[in-house]
Design a protein around this ligand. Structure first.
Ligand code: NAD
Length: 360
């Protein structure tokens, strides 16, 4: 099986690529290596996968020095011409699209980056999948599509029409665009609503590394909404396990492409007009953690106390996230289960040995 994973210089894509090559897949990783956060971290992740920074050239497929079935290409999803050439040459069986402009707060200041990567880029991925016989497209959505919904836990059948950031709006748009391609072209698609992912090689714009940096350097942690927030923190290995199980358990991919009306019985498919080729899942820990408890657990993992500075709620942020994973369990017989304590201990071990761990 040949797979394209986009966003492999990024946090989740890096971990997924590592897992897929171990599982024996023939993998091409793609990333624009944008500078939304420290590019050095992206090159470090690539180096860990056997891709040398000094050999990377835009548009050129590079062979990993560690894994014989892993190749990497630096490419923008918006670069339609070169993306089409890649798909035509490689004939991928599966595609996992994780490349996107991430981050809720950044979308307030930089809306156009989201339109380019998440909308223009995503339609290119859909078109390439459609025209090259891709058997299954899995793509990253986000828990942010639930906005400030009052009903918890969040379920895939809840209404998600009220995003509170442009980032969330583009993720919801991805789900709508995917549905259109599932409906029109019978392209099997699976959207994944990830809930606050953390772990080794994580994103420096997210709370685990921001907080770890502040604690290490005895600087104040910015505690938004005066600590009155909770997040369904999900450990990276649980996310990867969920992606791999859904990628391979693609029951909707085996549907008879000529007779879709005969198929499917999940809750989503019973909804009026939902294509049987379209699936959507929450992947979250289903155990929201209060921000102050998160900070205490991080202090324990790092062995040092935090200095706290209280701030009001930030524009675009939501107060709570909480995943209902019934659908995921039904289809994969799996649910994320790593406790925050265990996950943060693993994170802290990596962090203390990483280039991030530099006390000023
Ligand atoms: N980390 C989380 O908690 C979380 C939560 C919900 C959803 N997600 C989604 O999961 C996916 C992966 O997130 P992540 O945390 O690994 O983010 P990340 O920023 O670490 O990785 C994304 C990668 O995509 C690349 N990229 C961005 N725009 C691109 C483009 N136009 N063409 C090619 N490459 C491009 C970036 O260079 C980056 O390396 C994203 O779609 C994100 O929106 C993440």
């Amino acid at each position: 099986m040949k797979i394209l994973v986009t966003g492999t210089a990024g946090f989740i894509g890096f971990h997924l690529a590592k897992r897929l090559v171990l599982d024996g897949y023939d993998l091409v990783g793609l990333d624009s290596i944008n500078d939304y956060y420290a590019v050095s971290l992206k090159f470090e992740r690539l180096a860990e996968s056997g891709i040398a920074q000094n050999e990377i050239e835009y548009g050129k497929l590079l062979q990993s020095k560690i894994h014989n079935k892993y190749r990497f290409v630096k490419l923008n999803l918006e670069d339609r011409e070169n993306l089409e050439k890649l798909f035509e040459a490689e004939k991928f069986d599966f595609v996992v699209n994780l490349a996107a402009q991430a981050g809720v707060r950044y979308s307030i200041e930089n809306p156009h980056a989201y339109v380019q990567s998440n909308l223009a880029g995503f339609v290119n991925v859909l078109e390439c999948c459609r025209h090259n016989g891709v058997k299954h497209l899995v793509y990253a959505s986000s828990s942010s599509v639930y906005g400030n919904a009052a009903k918890i836990p969040f379920s895939e059948t809840d209404r998600v029409d009220f995003p509170v950031s442009l980032y969330a709006a583009t993720k919801k748009a991805n789900e709508l665009m995917a549905h259109t391609y599932s409906h029109l072209y019978k392209l099997p698609t699976t959207g994944l609503r990830f809930f606050t992912v953390y772990g080794e090689w994580g994103r420096p714009d997210m709370s685990p590394i921001l907080f770890a940096d502040a604690i290490t350097n005895s600087e104040p942690i910015k505690v938004f909404n005066h600590g009155d927030m909770s997040r369904d923190f999900t450990y990276i290995d649980d996310i990867v396990e969920g992606i791999v199980r859904l990628l391979t358990n693609s029951c909707h991919c085996e549907l008879d492409r000529q007779a879709p009306e005969q198929t499917g019985d999940s809750d989503l498919r019973q909804n009026d007009g939902c294509s049987p080729y379209y699936r959507l899942f929450n992947i979250g820990n289903s155990q929201p953690v209060q921000l102050m408890d998160f900070i205490r657990t991080m202090e324990d993992a790092l062995g040092k106390k935090a200095i706290l500075k209280m701030y009001p709620m930030q524009a675009g942020d939501v107060k709570t996230t909480y995943a209902d994973t019934t659908e995921l369990e039904k289809v994969t017989h799996y649910k994320p289960s790593t406790s925050l304590k265990v996950g943060l201990e693993k994170f802290a071990k990596w962090y203390k040995n990483s280039t991030h761990y530099t006390e000023k």
